[in-house]
Design a protein around this ligand. Sequence first.
Ligand SMILES: [Zn+2]
Length: 359
Amino acid sequence: MSISIPKIDATKIHTTIPLGNDESSLKIKEELKDHGCSDKEIAKMDLGDYQELSASWAMSATRIEVAKEIYPELANENLTKWTNRQYDNFIKEKNLETFAQTQSQAEEFKARDITLDDAIWLTKIYYSFDGILKQSDSVLKKQLEDRYQFIIDNIIKQAEIQMGIKANPDPDLYIQVASFAGYKYSNDWFLISVSTHVDYWRGIQEQRTLTAFRALYQYTGTPSSYFTTNLYGTYSQSQHGAHEGIDFVYGGIGTDIFNIATGVVRAPKPSHAEHHFCIYDSGTNKSYSYLHMNSKIVSVGTTLSSVGTNVGTQGNKGNADGAHVHFEVHSGNTDTLSLESDNVLGSISPYQMQVFLGE
Ligand SMILES: [Zn+2]
């Protein structure tokens, strides 16, 4: 299976996007100042400079707290001496442990000329190595070629902006960032307009996602290896654009799911009725969707005035190849799901929700 688009080393990419006056950039500038950079120095920096610099900084107190919660083996480690890069590498190693191949899987990958890197990325679509190996070479080849083409297109867009060919930053730009603990993919591509998972926000969202995970499964222990398989605003091939929600994973089909937002249970569109669970909160005027449900327990019209009610069980129904909960937030009283074939996010950032804030 030879891929006709040349592979590129995405880890060597320097993000040349200038630091502007948007919320995310201002936070970054503030952080640079706190680390002793002068205004003159900051004015010359781009996002890539910040990413390289911040990797050498010591971990923040929030990051240390989350790290110890997720990895019990770090309990007695003095993380104040760790740099962000050290911790990112630690996460990468831990994530790799979840991708152990059996002898026969390794042999089949070799026989079909599929690299481990490519196989790991394909699990985002087919969930497991066995799921990938069930696909034909031509199907996998198409997925991988699309992926490499996507990476190259984004690099070209970034270069065009830097060279002044494009006057305005493209809202469809993705950038690659180191992921946070609990997320399965080490270096993923995030839609820049979302400003999530990018540098400054990463530690904050790491904490919020863990809080929401615990509430969704009513889980109090230490989560094993990873608890999300896709995040808000990542490049998602299954949605042909930005991933509109967060995919949470714990246990298999039939795991109990608890509401993490309050409101009235609604009847979703017939086409999604079987596996889609929707709650509308008139107080915040937001709709909260839980997808791929195996079963639903709470009936339509019921008011859920607090979080933590068992609303159903986790499944793999609809556009899913493995058991997980796709959680989405929308503005208004809507059961519209975001299935657009483009990068426009029709949903809103779940990280702003109370339960994600841990309040
Ligand atoms: Zn999803």
